[in-house]
Write a protein that binds this ligand. Structure first.
Ligand SMILES: [Zn+2]
Length: 313
């Protein structure tokens, strides 16, 4: 990219000229969330030349081993943590993205009635200013035009997913204000242009795929889900943006498989024939939560309103 193609973008530090490429930051709670939410979108943009950075708020220390076919596990917590880090590195490679840890400790999913208290020192108990500080710093360093994360409910009620929303929301609003989160020698303020929420598990998607699977005479893995979600009447969030990603399902699947302790290759995520999925639901969905650039809804591109007419990506 030469000086003559330098440009001013909407997502920029005040008074500076930014240069392509575009940058996308996907903020997630645990290692493996990046591979089940918005993964094919990350792979597509990375393949198109966008710089994509996945951020994991926690190390996933309290995640259970969810793959019954996984072999012998490391005996120590440190060995397990090392294994999760290696899995995450392999997933990032499969998606073609960069990755950073924020370094917080997994809160675990509390179970029981009444719910037990959260463990001391875990991510969800860290005061917001302290929890958001490293992400604000990373936003100023990486300078994303677009940030994706979860909606205020967390997408599902895991305390780390709700906390992940809070810190990403805070960073989106604070990173551009040089008066906030000041760090000696830190990167200059940066204002991202758009904030999105991931919506890969909408009732619309689940029901559409479920019905297509049943119509094809196959057994649907979503039967219970469709019934229990209907019974709970969870309000649907608004979808503003559908990104076409079917050609990147193989990268998404490779990233899921890379989390070998978490994802069963014979399980839920792989129960839908991929040609059927590509046929009836070839996209990933997002909700535009905040925008500092004008855009027209619905969109099919997270960078709508940010790309210049010359198309720098
Ligand atoms: Zn998670």
């Amino acid at each position: 990219m030469t000086e003559s193609t330098a440009r001013q973008t909407a997502g920029s530090a005040p008074g500076t000229v930014d240069r392509a490429p575009l940058r996308l930051m996907a903020v997630h709670a645990h290692p493996d969330d990046e591979s089940s939410k918005g993964a094919a979108t990350s792979a597509r943009y990375a393949a198109e030349g966008v710089e994509v950075l996945v951020v994991s708020c926690t190390g996933g220390e309290r995640g259970d081993v969810l793959n019954p076919s996984f072999g012998e596990l490391p005996a120590t917590a440190e060995g397990m943590a090392e294994l999760r880090r290696a899995e995450m590195a392999a997933a990032a490679k499969a998606l073609g993205v960069s990755h950073r840890w924020l370094g917080f400790v997994d809160s675990g999913l509390p179970e029981g009635d009444p719910l037990p208290p959260l463990p001391e020192g875990c991510f969800a108990l860290v005061p917001l200013e302290e929890a958001a500080a490293p992400l604000v710093e990373l936003v100023r360093e990486f300078r994303p035009h677009v940030i994706t994360t979860y909606d205020p409910s967390g997408g599902y009620p895991h305390p780390d997913h709700i906390m992940c929303h809070k810190v990403a929301f805070e960073a989106f609003h604070a990173a551009g204000d040089p008066e906030r989160y000041q760090v000696e020698g830190g990167a200059p303020a940066w204002e991202p242009a758009k904030l999105y929420y991931n919506h890969d598990f909408s009732m619309n998607r689940i029901r559409t795929i479920h019905e297509a699977v049943v119509d094809a005479g196959l057994e649907s893995p979503f039967s219970d889900w469709v019934e229990s979600r209907a019974a709970r009447e969870i309000p649907e969030r608004e979808v503003t943006t559908r990104v076409e990603v079917a050609p990147y399902f193989p990268q998404r699947d490779a990233a899921l498989i890379a989390h070998a302790t978490q994802i069963d290759p014979e399980g839920f995520f792989f129960a839908i024939p991929r040609d059927l999925e590509a046929d009836v639901w070839p996209f990933e969905e997002f909700e535009l939560a905040e925008s500092r650039v004008p855009t027209t809804l619905p969109e099919d591109d997270l960078f709508a309103g940010i790309r210049t007419e010359e198309g720098l990506v």
